[in-house]
Write a protein that binds this ligand. Sequence first.
Ligand code: TNX
Length: 515
Amino acid sequence: MSKTVLIILGLLVAFVGRKQSPTDLTNNNVIPRPVIISATGNSFQLNESTSIYITVNLPELNQSAKYLREKLQAATGYELKIIPTKETPSSGIYLTTVNNEELGSEGYELLIEKKLLTLKANNAEGVFRGIQTIRQLLPVAIEKSSVQKIAWKIPTGTIRDFPKYEYRGTMLDVARHFLGVEDVKHYLDLMAYYKFNVMHLHLTDDQGWRIEIKSWPKLTEIGGSTEVGGGKGGFFTQEQYADIVNYAADRYITIIPEIDMPGHTNAALASYPELNCNGQATKLYTGTKVGFSTLCTNREITYEFIDDVIGELAKLTPGPYLHIGGDESHATKTDDYIPFIERVQDIVYKHGKIMIGWDEITLAKLNKRSIAQYWASAENAKNAIQQGVKIIMSPARKAYLDMQYDSLSPLGLHWAGYIEVDTGYKWNPATLETEIGRENILGIEAPLWTETVTNRADMEYLIFPRLAGYAEIGWSPTDGKSWNEYKHRLASHGNQYDIWGINYYRSKLVPWSKE
Ligand code: TNX
């Protein structure tokens, strides 16, 4: 063989070899897109002798290390050792603390060197968010549940990352169709992967009451016994609810329970005649109309009922917020609605929680700590701002996970329009409404109403892939945001969804890899 042929062969081998080994950290598929990334052109490799070191300064990191080990175990087959340490190790994975104001309570810094991968944050929450980035930087096969023979490499460099909004949530309506504890946990796992920190549970509506209230047992006995379409419904016992709260807390996700009132209350009105102005229980309802029910706002028993319900729920909920609904109360006169919301607000604060409600609550005089959830009315948002009240952005036309993707979508509604994957991604909460500026916004939330959703597969179909886009809107800087760039990262996440067996919408706008 001639010398030139050998050189060419050598170059070819080197080239192919290089292609197989990821070395450019800036070329990644992380969602939400991290704030700052710089690459150093080498790679870190995980192997069976890698250990996870944790600084002794923060005992909570033991949990984080166990979570990371568990996420890496199935596909690698490695059972990584967890070793508490006072000193910086020379190799392995090192979870540690830092004192850095810019990172806030959820930010983190990832320093990836050839031998050592260091994840630092102000606290364990930031470390948890950073672990999601590590999972996404590894080859996607890391998500498989059986052992894969793969070089588990991550390109070297630095990532410094922190969220744009402090509130990044989703909502799940378990009232229209009941979805059980396992489905909620499944959703929480997927949310954690995308660095969400809030799950709002819509626990009551006309069609069902889904949370056990010990002082008013018929709410679930009667009110929980059906759902849209006449199925058997269901409810969470207080123990099950506590289990969900703990599961979420392990993922640094806050549960916000919603008891919708004074409208959207037929399930309660059917359970207890005394909550109705005419003293007669209504019939259970299994249709999908809204705006026909109301609690009797001028009976004292109504407020005793609310005090009991809020009291029990506040005790079960470690998070700071309780959501009181307040939307679409078309059957309540405005003159009755306003004092009602103000009285309920006092009850919420009496039980030590901050009140959240849909944007209609801004008709009432609000405590400055209360929060309005914008879904449709800019006018209501203006009322909130005038009262110094912060806003959660859930514009139906952009962020409702129950809107159809297009006219052919087999599931979903379209009263607020169709939300294709690009429409869900291409909006900015701080410029959507001229009235609402960045300084008024606490964060964003994407609600999944379940009139058309009957099971986990339906839920996945409407959530994915739009959820990833809402995660990015809530977390990543607006600078550098581009659908044309994002769609390639999103396409690569289709590989994760395939591995997880997620029923997702393969939008034509996304260049999914063929399989
Ligand atoms: C409006 S948005 C509702 C819900 C429905 C949803 C369906 C809001 C606060 N109320 O009761 O389920 O539309 O998209």
